[in-house]
Ligand binder design. Structure first.
Ligand SMILES: Nc1ncnc2c1ncn2[C@@H]1O[C@H](COP(=O)(O)OP(=O)(O)OP(=O)(O)O)[C@@H](O)[C@H]1O
Length: 308
């Protein structure tokens, strides 16, 4: 893998003595969407802040598009767009100016057409002459995104991008993420909405207490750690499981008319065919069958609990 972001043995100890990152190594491929999950205080924002040059690392190295974030800070930072968790904007600037100004800060020539396209894409064009402090919270978030995109970054960091935003903005956000990815932009997002990571990420990293617990392809992770369950609805309830079925990991649920069978979907034999025929032989008639895969959220909660 050619990594566009290459993080090696990164540590960060704040002045308070708190060690927020304890040796994180991570390679992020060009064009992928990586979701970083972790509970509050896990170190996600610290990691992004180090990569974006907002906080100095204590040790370790990071390169972005081949540029070292310390030795070659300006070149590294120019390739990065950052949508921070907290809104920090120039209150008296107008929308179009503040976005165009950000582009200039990263050494890009003025491009009014590009700025217009970004503002239109974020439904900000009508507000282009408004002062930032006149905007609603959601509109301010849109301005943050426009600024992050103003200089055509190759790597985009989104720190809790959809925390507290309305449905419209959330939808726009994921549409824009999709468009950027098609254009080859690498996207790293932190989120507490795990279903969002489940929906859009290619890879998932789980961070806790300043350490990466795992980084894995989302589909592989879900297949490897996900439990699968089959819910078997019976025509008639049973008061107890027949002796002949005692060898199966079956649970009686509901009013005794649903049996839950847990199995490993990756195993060579899931036991489903034999179970269904043994149910029939035991005189239990099946009305319906459903299967469900445990969600990324269940996997995540399990991992963090185990780490604690
Ligand atoms: N400037 C600072 N000085 C001292 N400690 C800090 C500083 N910034 C963050 N921390 C501490 O470092 C740890 C990691 O914080 P960080 O903001 O990186 O976590 P996070 O994973 O982004 O959490 P959240 O999901 O709440 O945003 C926390 O214990 C936090 O209190």
């Amino acid at each position: 893998m050619t990594a566009i972001v290459d993080i090696r043995d990164l540590t960060k100890t704040y002045g308070s003595g708190h060690q927020a990152l304890k040796g994180v190594s991570l390679q992020i491929a060009q064009g992928e969407i990586l979701a970083l999950l972790g509970p509050n205080g896990a170190g996600k924002t610290t990691m992004i802040s180090v990569i974006c040059g907002i906080t100095n690392p204590t040790s370790g190295t990071v390169t972005v598009a081949g540029h070292d974030i310390i030795r070659d800070f300006r070149a590294a930072r120019a390739t990065i767009g950052l949508v921070p968790q907290e809104v920090a904007l120039e209150p008296f600037a107008n929308v179009a100016d503040t976005v165009a100004y950000t582009r200039g800060l990263f050494g890009k020539a003025p491009a009014p057409d590009r700025i217009e396209a970004i503002l239109r894409n974020l439904s900000l064009w009508d507000k282009r002459n408004a002062q930032v402090n006149e905007l609603s919270g959601g509109m301010k978030r849109r301005v943050l995104i426009a600024k992050a995109l103003s200089h055509e970054p190759r790597v985009l960091f989104l720190d809790e991008p959809t925390a507290g935003v309305d449905v419209e903005l959330r939808k726009d956000m994921w549409r824009i993420v999709g468009e950027l990815r098609e254009g080859g932009v690498t996207i790293i997002l932190t989120t507490h909405y795990i279903e969002e990571a489940e929906a859009i990420a290619d890879r998932v990293g789980v961070i806790n207490h300043g350490q990466l617990l795992l980084v894995e392809d989302k589909a592989t992770l879900m297949a490897r750690m996900g439990r699968k369950e089959m819910l078997i609805e019976l025509q008639e309830p049973v008061s107890a499981l027949p002796e002949a079925l005692s060898g199966y990991s079956l649970e009686r649920n509901g009013a005794g008319d649903v049996l839950t069978y847990a199995y490993d979907s990756q195993a060579a034999r899931t036991g489903i065919t034999r179970l269904l025929s043994d149910l029939n032989a035991a005189g239990l008639n099946v009305r319906d069958v459903q299967t469900r895969q445990s969600s990324l959220e269940e996997i995540f909660v399990g991992l963090v609990k185990e780490d604690a």
